[in-house]
Design a protein around this ligand. Sequence first.
Ligand code: GAR
Length: 217
Amino acid sequence: MSSGRCRVAVLGSGNGTNFEALAEAAGENWQIVVAGSDKPTAPLLAKAERRRVPRFSLDPRQFAGRDAHEKAMVAELEKHGPDLILLAGYMRILGPRLLQAWQGRMLNIHPSLLPAWPGLRTHERVLEAGDRMHGATVHFVTAELDRGPRIVQGRLSVRPEDSPPSLARRVLRLEHCIYPMAVGWYARNRLTMDNALALLDGKPLIQPVIVEESACA
Ligand code: GAR
């Protein structure tokens, strides 16, 4: 990592509530240097503008294919020299170009207790299956979708009255708590990826760190 504060880029396609939580938590050890999106109208970009964070959007429909789009994404990101890329609701499957550019230096947040429920509609699927526990996972990004080494999970007990929107709200609160935590570890050189394992303070995370909902209030 370059000396000084860790330079973080955030990529997202949606509301950008994780971006906001990350921007609030940034400080001594890390800073958000750019926000990027594949959706020109993503509220994330307006949030970045309000915070005077440089931003860009690249609509994939304007490119010949995934590789051309990702080549342009990499070029935009590189202008800001990020040390770490954070996917925060970035709803595209990554190809080799983006994956290789920041291998071991790219994190994602996913709204389930991975390995349970990779992919979409996680809150609905948790309720349909009658799961008692649910939450969110921060993991390193690898070529396998939602399967990279897990770092930290925020966990909650599903309540009888929960619905997909109530779970979405509760899980987002967990996300806003655990994502800055993981970035803080990375920025302080405590978190690395080696041989497809996440290491915290040099020790392999065979299981992710668990943060209960009560600790994120
Ligand atoms: C978050 O719940 C995040 O976990 C999810 O999108 C939401 C983005 O919210 N990501 C995925 O589903 C990725 N597979 P935000 O735009 O308000 O941060």
